[in-house]
Design a protein around this ligand. Sequence first.
Ligand code: P6P
Length: 336
Amino acid sequence: MSRTTLSRYLIEQTRSHNTPADLRFLVEVVARACKAISHAVSKGALGGVLGSMETENVQGEVQKKLDVMSNEILLEANEWGGTLAGMASEEMDKAYQIPGQYPKGAYLLMFDPLDGSSNIDVNVSVGTIFSVLRCPGECFSQNDMLGEDAFLQPGTRQVAAGYAIYGPQTMLVLTLGNGVKGFTLDRELGSFVLTHDDIRVPERTAEFAINMSNQRHWEAPVKRYVEELLAGQEGPLGKNYNMRWIASMVADVHRILTRGGIFMYPRDAREPGKPGKLRLMYEANPMSMIIEQAGGAATNGHERILDLQPQALHERVAVFLGSKEEVERVTGYHRS
Ligand code: P6P
């Protein structure tokens, strides 16, 4: 039986779910850019792409050479196709304006071009996270500058979300709003092939992911919850839990999509003004859409992440996502 490639899946979605042709084309181009990033990442030291730049991004984080390369790959791949009114990236302070020589389109693309890049030099899985919104109103008139406000839409308005994970296999995990599909890159064909047709997050789990070194900085509900996890069978939760922390959100979320779990990056007292470390628009929102589409849950400890009204392009948020039972438990502790 012929294998379903990403292109065939997208065509079938157009027929069965009226996926617009320009959205289909946008996803194909993003996937193609992820193939190019995968190729650059896999070269490692042989490609002269490891190590850091002498620069910092808008987050104040030292940029890795591959951060900058991945960002440029995504911009160059997506700016000419006529599907976008603009782009935004973790690596750029301002929204990216589609150059005047290219037509504009109806969508906004946001991405973290290389999430987990601190892991690159130690050869641990990293990834690209992307989110697609419709541009509100007439924001794709050819000559107008695109304002940041056009991006500030709640995560429920996303029309597509996905990530590529550059690990032992390169995979693309995608949702168009009707379930979550996983595609594995066949390097001989150069195609993403459908290998995970209906990804579901188990409702219950015995595995949690959090950076335990921050424990003394957490708020009380998180301290209570993690203490209960660590108390295991003898504790109030009545079962033993395992812990994983890869420090690459794409890899941790991919594990949770594959076998369940809860991922947590809570706010902490180190920087009280910051609601969390992870970014809402191009990390938490796309991952939350994927997790919810796979039957899981995602909150900031108090409310559903996808309902949050963004106030700024690079705003941060606390994240609790994964198996519904555990996300609801820790969220309940914040409310009690
Ligand atoms: P820490 C990577 O830098 C990242 O943004 C996420 O991918 C990851 O989950 C988190 O930060 C890791 O943070 O503080 O454990 O290094």
